[in-house]
Design a protein around this ligand. Sequence first.
Ligand SMILES: [Fe+2]
Ligand SMILES: [Fe+2]
Length: 272
Amino acid sequence: MEFFTFAWRALRESDPAKKGALVEQLYTNLRQNALTFDHDAPVEELDEPSYAPLVKVVRPRDVPKRKHFDDPEGQGVLLHAVAHIEYSAIDLALDSAYRFRHMPPEYYMDWVEVAHDEVRHFRMLDDLMGRVGVRYGDYPVHTALFDAGKKTAGDLLERMAVVPRYLEAGGLDANPRIIAKLERYPATPMLEAIVAALKVILNEEVEHVAKGDRWFKRACEERGLSPDVYFDIVERFYPGLESKRLQLNVEARRAAGFACSELKRMGVQKCE
Ligand SMILES: [Fe+2]
Ligand SMILES: [Fe+2]
């Protein structure tokens, strides 16, 4: 079996269970060195997100908001929103593996490993959604992550800057805030299970950002660019937003490869 053909099959699959199974096969085959690489095979494009047949797509402001998490409905909305991020992250990792050719073998291993983690994250949330009677597709979603993939499809440096280093790193900041909100309610088995899942995700996402950080810096080095080009790229894609970050997760970002000089530029006062 050929790697890019296999990755494309997994990427375009809509059904989460089938997509998960394909990612597992891809991961196992890649680890066993059982795949060939045809780097010059054409790169195909998804016109719409793979989840489009399953989920109603709306503008970001029309996605249901999470206000209260102490009842099954609020928990279902929260879990659905996070599950959608994980589903989208499976595709983004697969797309990074599929699209960029003539990279070293470790590059493909990195992004297939990430896709494999994201499948596990999705399944954890899908199980929890089941406990409150929600299925993926019950609530509308936005395409912000798919759009970021489209916008950065032409350049590995932009992809690594925007997807792992800006968006996934933003998840490292957001995740502890959600956990803190959930921990303000009197503990219930369901709330504890959601917090436990979010903690697993937070831990594992550090390595996803770190992988992106390494490939981003390698691309900078090859092109003779300073890693400060990160700020120019993010400003181009998300004008004004990087400087408006609230409460950065300094510890997780440091572990993922951000320099103190960068974090200070994002407004962090104390960093060692
Ligand atoms: Fe994830
Ligand atoms: Fe991730």
